[in-house]
Design a protein around this ligand. Sequence first.
Ligand SMILES: Cc1cc2nc3c(=O)[nH]c(=O)nc-3n(C[C@H](O)[C@H](O)[C@H](O)COP(=O)(O)OP(=O)(O)OC[C@H]3O[C@@H](n4cnc5c(N)ncnc54)[C@H](O)[C@@H]3O)c2cc1C
Length: 397
Amino acid sequence: MDFSIPAESEARHHAIGEFVRARLLPREPALLSAGFRAAEPELEELRGEVRAKGWWAPAVPAALGGLGLSLLEHALVSEVLGRSVFGHYVFGAQAPDAGNIELLHRLGNEEQKGRFLTPLVRGEVRSCFAMTEPESPGSNPTELRCRARREGGDYILDGHKWFVTGADGAGFAIVMAVTDPAAPPRQRATMFLVPTDTPGFRRVRNVPVMGRAGDGWLSHGEILLQSCRVPERQRLGEEGGGFAAAQERLGPGRVHHCMRWIGICERAFELMCARASSRTIEGQSRLADQPLFQATLAECRVRIDAARLLVLKAAWTIDQEGFAAAAEEISLAKFFVAEVMTGVVDAALQAHGALGMSDDTPLAFYYAHERAARIYDGPDEVHKLSAGRRILKRHGG
Ligand SMILES: Cc1cc2nc3c(=O)[nH]c(=O)nc-3n(C[C@H](O)[C@H](O)[C@H](O)COP(=O)(O)OP(=O)(O)OC[C@H]3O[C@@H](n4cnc5c(N)ncnc54)[C@H](O)[C@@H]3O)c2cc1C
């Protein structure tokens, strides 16, 4: 295994890290408390700076206007961007758009690419991905209920979706709907490109998450599709191909998320070290001098380092051998890194005492919003089961 990157990438990597440190972190508290829509003009300016430096859309192929980094290189950049809540957004690498770009690039026809992919890559519109439903288990999307019935040259979509990240203000959604309920479970669903102003597409609300409904990109919408007419030319990929495409979309997405979580770990870890070094607990004795704290710190360190190596190994395997070869590693990394990240954030918050519960550090935001890491893109249990089955297969089980 070789995790080294070219010298030129190394230099860019450091420059990006410096940009995040100098330009994003100081503005983060104000931008976060303003809410997404109010922060958007300033975020747009920051995006302009990123474009001017030639760093826009690191994971997108160069032919489409991105940097065209390998997954391993992007993983390293993603860690640095993950240190700021707005890192991925400002660099045009945020979920769910990054995954949707990949889907459109792979499955879209020329007309769809011109209409949906080009403006998305340029950051002129945002998009969302609507698969999960309140009434069916998201952990088993073969049981989707949203239906798409053919009528003439169109499809009529009816269904109920929720936790559609960034639906508020998105220009279009990629909607998963069942086109053939009688087909084998993994061939029932199809993806559709649905502009959010299509009659019958309605965002009911932003679902409050741990006390905040958020707005814009920092929100999760509940969507009703009621007799929503979508022309056949807006079907993305083949009929019945939605499930397989969703699985592939989530592959690189999981690696991106994992490295963003490592970035969060590092930020929380630094905050914890800084706080412990300055906070006196008993006379002149600091939190950093307490053996119990030192042990916690060491445990966090080893878990972050182990988590990083796991993700880099998955990214390297994907770059060398493709997604199928890395399925087990992706599953292992997904649940392990999510657990490590939520644990490190919790330890850092604990070390800050009441300050950790306040919004004066990003830890409370992370604690509330990143807990979801153990649920989305496949809950822990689903990845443990999947990896367990693959391991047993290799061992004749
Ligand atoms: C912040 C956030 C953002 C999201 N963004 C999006 C988005 O943009 N688009 C979208 O479509 N969806 C999104 N989701 C939804 C997410 O993908 C689903 O929540 C996830 O797939 C789980 O589905 P569910 O919530 O229906 O849980 P369920 O399927 O009801 O599962 C509930 C729990 O059961 C347990 N479980 C499941 N299977 C097993 C098993 N085999 N054995 C043991 N235990 C098991 C797990 O602990 C799981 O958490 C988001 C969710 C969150 C929290």
